[in-house]
Design a binder for this molecule. Structure first.
Ligand code: SF4
Length: 244
């Protein structure tokens, strides 16, 4: 994609508002622009902003088949509220059967390597398939999510399996106060899980609520907290996992 290789363009995109970014993407990339979201607060706010200024940008999710019931309910609510159909990318059934036959349903408790294997199969590979349909990838990454994400740019060129695309995090510099104010003002659908103590939402078994003062992603794979690696709370989607 010629446009995504321009550093000047990336600099310009880094200065744009979320509204301007969605408008630019729809005008320049049409159905090759999409929001990939797991329906956390930032993703829902992105969908609301997009629906006001650039309806038509695709909304995509990776359904690992292990999500909370609350997340599936929220997806239905979002579809009804905005009159959209969410595109669901799911794990490859044959690979899933093979993994479970070899390692069991709960392999992620055994080791970091097996957790990464499961995340690659259930998340990274379906996400990679979704990315192959996009030139512009909108994501809900925020700098205050974790130490690993503090330097995340608003717009950047990323390479996925030898193909370059624009990765844009329109709300990268927003904090909880700003997100929550927007949700209240625009009556944005919100996951019930936040009221149950969750500050980051992923697969049901692998995500737990957090305590005050903990990193927002501390509840992910909590049994690995002693590892203390900056990227130990990443599933591979944003850290460039192999996608098998
Ligand atoms: Fe598997 Fe857990 Fe990763 Fe979900 S979060 S893909 S269940 S290891």
């Amino acid at each position: 994609m010629a446009v995504a290789t321009s550093e000047t363009l990336v600099e310009e995109l880094n200065e744009m508002t979320p509204e301007a970014l969605f408008t630019w993407a729809l005008e320049n990339h049409g159905d090759r622009a999409g929001i990939i979201t797991s329906f956390q607060d930032t993703g829902c706010v992105m969908i609301d902003i997009m629906s006001r200024v650039a309806p038509g940008i695709r909304v995509i999710t990776v359904d690992t088949l292990r999500l909370h019931e609350e997340t599936y309910r929220l997806m239905e609510q979002v579809e009804q509220r905005y009159g959209i159909t969410i595109e669901r990318f799911t794990p490859d059934p044959a690979r899933l059967r093979k993994m479970i036959a070899q390692h069991g349903e709960y392999l992620f408790f055994d080791s970091k390597a097996k957790q990464e294997y499961c995340c690659n199969l259930r998340k990274v590979e379906p996400n990679q398939r979704a990315l192959e349909t996009l030139d512009v990838w909108f994501t809900g990454l925020r700098r205050d999510h974790s130490a690993f994400r503090v330097d995340t740019p608003k717009a950047q060129i990323v390479d996925r399996k030898g193909r370059k695309l624009l990765k844009i995090a329109p709300l990268v510099d927003w904090d909880d106060d700003r997100i929550n104010a927007y949700i209240r003002e625009h009556d944005v659908p919100k996951s019930e899980l936040y009221d149950k103590g969750y500050t980051s939402i992923g697969c049901k078994i692998c995500t737990t609520p957090t305590l005050p003062g903990e990193d927002k992603r501390a509840g992910r794979w909590r049994w690995f907290n002693a590892l203390n690696a900056d990227d130990s709370k990443e599933c591979g989607i944003h850290s460039g996992g192999s996608g098998i």
